[in-house]
Design a protein around this ligand. Sequence first.
Ligand SMILES: Cc1cc2nc3c(=O)[nH]c(=O)nc-3n(C[C@H](O)[C@H](O)[C@H](O)COP(=O)(O)OP(=O)(O)OC[C@H]3O[C@@H](n4cnc5c(N)ncnc54)[C@H](O)[C@@H]3O)c2cc1C
Length: 420
Amino acid sequence: MPNNSDGQPSVIVVGGGPAGLTAAVTLASAGLTTVLVGMRAKRPDNRTTALFAGSIAALETLGVWRLCAAQAAPLKIMRIVDDTGRLWRAPEVKFAADEIGLDAFGYNIENFHLVAALGQRAAALPSLRVIEDEVWAVKPREDAVTVALKGGAQLRAPLVVAADGRRSLCREAAGIAIDARDYPQAALTVCLAHTRPHRDTSTEFHTPSGPFTLVPLPGLRSSVVWVLDPAQADAFKQLSDVELAVEVERASHSILGKIRVEPGRGLFPLSVATARHFGAKRIALVGEAAHVIPPIGAQGLNLGLRDAASIGEVAIAAERGGRDIGGADVLAAYEKMRRADVASRTLAIDLLNRTLLTDFLPVQSLRGLGLYMIDRIGPLRRAVMREGVQPAAAEPRLMRGEALSAAVPTGPHPRGHRSR
Ligand SMILES: Cc1cc2nc3c(=O)[nH]c(=O)nc-3n(C[C@H](O)[C@H](O)[C@H](O)COP(=O)(O)OP(=O)(O)OC[C@H]3O[C@@H](n4cnc5c(N)ncnc54)[C@H](O)[C@@H]3O)c2cc1C
């Protein structure tokens, strides 16, 4: 890998989860010398991720999507069903992608397939070196950040992209505080085989403990994200496959027919957290190092990929302009691109979750009224759908299908941002 004249890479990315890998592939695809330091996951991640149209366009442009598209299922219809059993129940709301001119809102894919495709693309990029190790110290200095690895190596770069997850060491090194709060909920995740087709439809049942969501996978398979009281989630996690299948079938009102639970279950305590700044001292935060939101409405990694695309965009522009790529103006531009998008989604998901948890009748009826209006008023429905999958105010160029280059500006990607 060619380095800068002083032998150091332009960027060090810390964290080999999906946000870090996407950031590294974005930067290296434009020719920036990049080092990614990531630890191997301690346990398998059996989660799936619903990626919306902008994320798919970015992954297509980076040459990643073709490596994993066959493992993804389209999301053509999204249903919200009020299953609270309360006095004020909302009407069922059904969103169809073709109402806003898309083939699909996005695609659902198992995380390990997505990470494998990103890893495969990363391995093919000459400007990117991947080091499997753990970072144990990060020291920001005036002109560069020094990163020390457990294996003994020391690296230096003018910009560090911190994708080291919710307990980010890099965020701490940058001196960035977070506002965080735990919810009295946990998400149980499991994949299923079933006898009835899902018809490319994701169904979110809103229950008094949180959403129970079925998301399509290819064939007669789906994933479940079941938000529950933590003790209940733990109890369900301990059930045998047959017992859990009965509970899932009950919660899903048998819409997918007979259920078989596949091996592997995940349990994720729910919380919300937002960093006060998304960059300081030559360190830019992406993905869950910057923000954590509950898995409702499938927004978390879509935000994380927009972070990766945005830091790529501003850093590549700085490199092309001969400016300091870790400088305060670059971090300020990154903050400006990301703040409103992260804040608005965090607020919306937090409010929706709280309206489910509350026993306060006026709030329940307001939620019902909101969903009723979304169901009945066409322009409002379409605005909600568009904003859900592609935010008007925060669309980095990669999400529009435009390749980034540190050398010469490029035109729009020929396929645009429409899904397949
Ligand atoms: C149940 C559930 C369902 C979800 N569904 C969706 C969905 O449908 N759509 C969506 O958009 N989002 C979804 N999300 C959110 C999404 O899963 C997360 O946003 C995403 O996984 C975060 O990725 P990340 O790369 O930021 O962090 P992580 O995946 O946590 O990666 C961080 C990486 O950094 C590494 N690391 C940490 N410290 C160090 C260190 N010191 N040195 C080296 N490496 C280090 C870790 O080992 C890890 O590999 C869901 C979340 C949950 C809990």
